[in-house]
Design a protein around this ligand. Structure first.
Ligand SMILES: [Zn+2]
Length: 416
């Protein structure tokens, strides 16, 4: 813990965050949306249980004035809540199994609206959900990041890599990508990790391609956040930088989630997150090492004070895809093949992480043998093979294509 942070933290007024049931809405496609009102963004743990089938939302540091007790129609039996000190536990009792989405917290005029969506699905043998991956393209808008030869901008490279990963995740069953920025927007560091939490991210990946004063320095590296690195840097901070960080922390909106305070309140959760981040980072680094296009700058996962990674519970990794100030790296990141390799390494690293650290009630946990990829318009087999690091022959053989043409909407089994 660094010397000045406790002061910052405890000058915060610890808000009493009231939760209220809001509504259940039913859509034509069979989706149900259950919503609750909150005063500020909460740290939520959500999971499904079986026998009897139910969804549980543990909403930390909240209270409800009176227990929630709502009876509803199929597939929802009842929504009920109980209070355990500062934890509100909401249970959605179900008649059957559903495909559900982790709660999303949206900013509205009255505060925060927490939505949880579920879809009736008679074919399911247990409650299922997608894995949510937050992809953070570094910099953007008025912050170009590092600048390489011929004015190649870090913010453009990071967005293109992010979009590659988004595409792979979007078209692979069991994953859902969340783009922290999907265009040339200016987004504050606070909003980046806040948005990941609001969208229920299971992991957070930040993509960069920084610069260095020596153009000879090159290669990719992977970072996770460390309090130690943070405090060492904090001790050596200039007054100006300290002021800037202080301003950034104090700039949290009243409806935002205070990760610095939460790290004090939930040290075990934070410890676990750091461990998981290290595993995730190592998986990505292992893949980068296999990438024939990419040189490695640091062979181990590094620790650094990248505040965008500071969520207390969402494993978070920052990938430096190279040094844009190095001519070789710049050329590699400027071309689609080079960027695609970075995207592939990150995707395969993520996938290997979830194979070994499965989340129950997700497709990746149910089926670890192969991925299901939905063919998109314009796809060709050779590019799909590159995307997943497999051969065209293996795709052809496993899917018994016998050289027949592929078509959009067709589902391929990819054995990695
Ligand atoms: Zn950067």
């Amino acid at each position: 813990m660094n010397k000045f942070l406790p002061l910052l933290i405890f000058t915060y007024f610890i808000h009493a965050n009231e939760i209220q049931f809001n509504s259940i809405d039913e859509y034509k496609d069979g989706t149900l949306n259950i919503s609750f009102n909150l005063e500020q963004v909460a740290y939520i743990n959500s999971y499904a249980l079986e026998n009897p089938s139910r969804l549980v939302l543990e909403i930390n540091d909240t209270y409800s004035k009176k227990p929630i007790n709502e009876i509803y129609n199929y597939p929802i039996k009842k929504i009920r809540s109980s209070q355990d000190n500062s934890l509100t536990r909401v249970v959605i009792d179900l008649y059957d199994h559903v495909f559900w989405h982790k709660p999303i917290q949206k900013q509205v005029d009255s505060g925060i609206l927490m939505d949880i969506k579920l879809l009736k699905d008679k074919s399911l043998k247990e409650n299922m959900r997608d894995i949510i991956v937050a992809i953070d393209a570094g910099h953007g808008g008025k912050y170009p990041g590092a600048v390489g030869p011929n004015n190649i901008l870090e913010k453009d490279v990071t967005l293109l890599i992010a979009k590659e990963i988004e595409r792979t995740l979007r078209d692979t069953k069991g994953y859902q990508p969340i783009m922290i920025r999907d265009g040339d927007q200016t987004i504050s560091l606070n909003d980046r990790y806040q948005d990941a939490r609001k969208n229920g991210a299971d992991i957070f990946i930040s993509i960069h391609a920084d610069g260095f004063r020596l153009s000879s320095v090159k290669g990719a590296s992977v970072f996770i956040w460390s309090e130690e690195a943070s405090s060492t840097i904090a001790r050596n901070l200039s007054d100006k930088k300290r002021e800037r960080i202080l301003a950034e922390i104090n700039n949290l909106k009243p409806t935002d989630f205070n990760e610095d305070l939460a790290r004090e309140l939930y040290p075990d959760v934070y410890e676990k997150k750091i461990k998981q981040s290290k595993i995730l980072g190592t998986k990505i680094l292992d893949q980068l090492k296999r990438d024939p296009f990419t040189k490695i700058h640091k062979k181990n996962v590094e620790y650094a004070d990248f505040r965008v990674l500071k969520s207390i519970d969402i494993p978070s990794v920052l990938v430096e895809s190279g040094f844009i100030t190095n001519p070789e790296d710049a050329a590699r990141l400027k071309g689609k093949p080079g960027r695609r390799m970075i995207a592939r390494s990150i995707f395969l690293g993520i996938h290997n992480y979830f194979i070994e650290n499965p989340i129950s009630g997700t497709l990746i946990n149910e089926n670890k043998d192969y991925l299901e990829y939905t063919i998109q318009k314009g796809d060709v087999l050779s590019e799909i093979a590159i995307r997943f690091g497999v051969t065209v022959e293996s795709i052809d053989e496993k899917n018994k294509l016998n050289n027949k043409p592929i078509y959009p909407g067709q589902i391929l089994r990819i054995y990695i």
